[in-house]
Ligand binder design. Structure first.
Ligand code: PLP
Length: 516
């Protein structure tokens, strides 16, 4: 029974007996009306808040404490559980109040029916984190429900977000005076705003002939960003890679020249600083030079890898990122924050503002602050959540050295996994990791086995690895070949977990190869 959301988490029935009505009243509490119903059911008094808060905090703590025992993929359960839970969750809300304990039980089941993205065994795609400090900071942030779209509404909190963004700029080596940016929902949104800013700065209104350059390994959110930014489909030009999966800069230069000759308007060069497929870093210095020479905006998608610049090795591997016009970061990946925390850092905050700022009459009472930007002018969102606290609190609470150490640990672990997997004769591990992704696949051990058969064997290998329920990996296609990948990024993943993952991979590889 793998999809049991209840593992290790007890529902505190007594405490949790909180619903829209019936909580004990005391001075300061909401007064109950004649029928025992609170007058304002949406506004619990102190007791109600404590009971609700305790019940949910208990859930959150119990959940984190149960992570070690949880299956790596809670969706893999049979027995109709999946359909039951989904059907249950699709039910519309009732008119009358529900019972909190019962509701939490239902939510627990849904929580359990999930790929364990918060666990140490999650190596799929790009792992997220979910620092507990951020989670509880969000409770406060949301209870206070501060508005930080316009700095004047909550200057200290806008400054908090701005300080986080300025720190990102500093980590990246972007200029302190002109640099800026904002927190967004994730890397996709950051890439979108970067493409919009580049388009606005470079093309103005003439976007029909615009052309941007990236490789086949660039994240698909960039193609999506181009489309949403109103650029035609053929504006996205795919530059070939060298055999080490990095942009071939000479090929980029040739493509740009050919496009110019054909009347296109090259405007944006996109580098990946850590591709999602293999964690490969494009040749940033050469690309920055090409962008400067050609007068293109240079965007670096560092959603996965950019923050490795905190480490010594990352700094060396990300050389040139400091020359970018814009950099996408995903603190919900490489700073271990909960999902919903992306960032865009730019060389020149004014250019970001120029691309996004639009006003409305209903905003006439709001005056721009000089020191801290109005984030509503830098991105798509007007009403936006207070994201700053969930980043600021852990950075100040644990100190930046703790994050540097954690990222360094991930680099060590990736090197260890690479060495061990490369030592296994059944596997090929074609690329030493630039950062913390190790890509591998079953090798062709017998002559005459078709590519299709090897691909099928690699798919079976992935299924076998994940069937262990201790780890969760994902696959991709590189050079036309099904390729598995181990991405080590969670703050919860340590040496013992990676050793176990490698053991599982190796024994699954042997079992798969033995099938013939
Ligand atoms: C994850 C990722 C994105 C997309 O970010 P979201 O936060 O998922 O929207 C973009 N680029 C790269 C390289 C990524 O790894």
């Amino acid at each position: 029974m793998v999809a049991d959301g209840r593992i290790g988490v007890r529902i505190p029935r007594k405490q949790a007996k909180v619903s829209g009505h019936g909580q004990a009243s005391r001075p300061g509490d909401v007064h109950e009306g004649d029928e025992g119903m609170p007058e304002y059911p949406l506004e619990p008094g102190r007791n109600g808040m404590e009971q609700l808060g305790r019940a949910l905090l208990e859930q959150a703590i119990g959940f984190v404490q149960s992570l070690a025992e949880r299956p790596a993929d809670g969706t893999a359960a049979g027995g109709g559980e999946l359909g039951d839970v989904v059907r249950d969750m699709l039910m519309p809300p009732p008119a009358a109040p529900g019972d909190l304990a019962e509701l939490l039980e239902r939510v627990q089941r849904a929580m359990g029916l999930a790929v364990e993205t918060a666990g140490a065994g999650y190596f799929g795609y790009i792992p997220g984190g979910g620092l507990f400090a951020s989670a509880v900071a969000d409770v406060w942030a949301r209870a206070a429900n501060r508005y930080v779209g316009i700095a004047g509404f909550a200057p200290g909190l806008a400054a908090m977000e701005h300080s986080v963004v300025r720190w990102f700029c500093q980590v990246l080596g972007l200029p302190a005076e002109s640099g800026g940016g904002l927190l967004v929902s994730g890397g996709s949104m950051a890439n979108f705003s970067a493409v919009v800013a580049a388009r606005h700065a470079q093309l103005g209104e003439e976007m029909a002939r615009g052309a941007l350059y990236l490789t086949e390994h660039a994240h698909h959110s960039l193609g999506k960003a181009a489309r949403l930014a109103g650029l035609p489909a053929n504006s996205v030009r795919t530059v070939p890679c060298t055999p080490d999966l990095r942009m071939d800069v000479d090929a980029a230069a040739a493509l740009i020249a050919a496009d110019r000759a054909a009347g296109q308007k090259p405007f944006l060069l996109v580098a990946s600083a850590g591709t999602t497929n293999t964690g490969t870093v494009d040749p940033l210095l050469e690309m920055a030079a090409l962008a400067a020479q050609e007068g293109l905006w240079f965007h670096v998608d560092g959603a996965y890898g950019g923050l490795f610049r905190l480490t010594e090795r990352g700094r060396a591997r990300l050389q040139g990122i400091e020359l970018a016009d814009s950099v996408t970061l995903d603190p919900h990946k490489s700073l271990f924050l909960p999902y919903g925390t992306g960032a865009l850092a730019v060389r020149d905050g004014d250019r970001l503002r120029a691309a996004h700022a639009v006003s409305g009459h209903y905003l006439q009472d709001l005056e721009a602050d000089r020191d801290v930007p109005d984030f509503a002018d830098l991105g798509l969102e007007l009403s936006r959540e207070l994201r700053g606290l969930r980043v600021w609190l852990p950075l100040h609470l644990y100190g930046t050295a703790a994050f540097r150490a954690a990222l360094d640990e991930k680099l060590d672990l990736a090197e260890m996994a690479y060495r061990r997997l490369a030592a296994e004769s059944l596997l090929e591990v074609p690329w030493a990791p630039d950062l913390s992704v190790v890509a591998f696949r079953l090798r062709r051990v017998k002559a005459g086995v078709s590519d299709a058969a090897i691909d099928a064997a690699n798919r079976r290998l992935l299924a076998r690895i994940n069937a262990s329920q201790r780890v969760f990996l994902s696959s991709t296609v590189v050079d036309g070949r099904v390729t598995l990948r181990l991405c080590i990024l969670s703050h919860r993943t340590h040496a013992a977990h990676v050793r176990e993952a490698v053991d599982i991979i190796v024994s699954a590889a042997r079992a798969t190869a033995a099938e013939g």
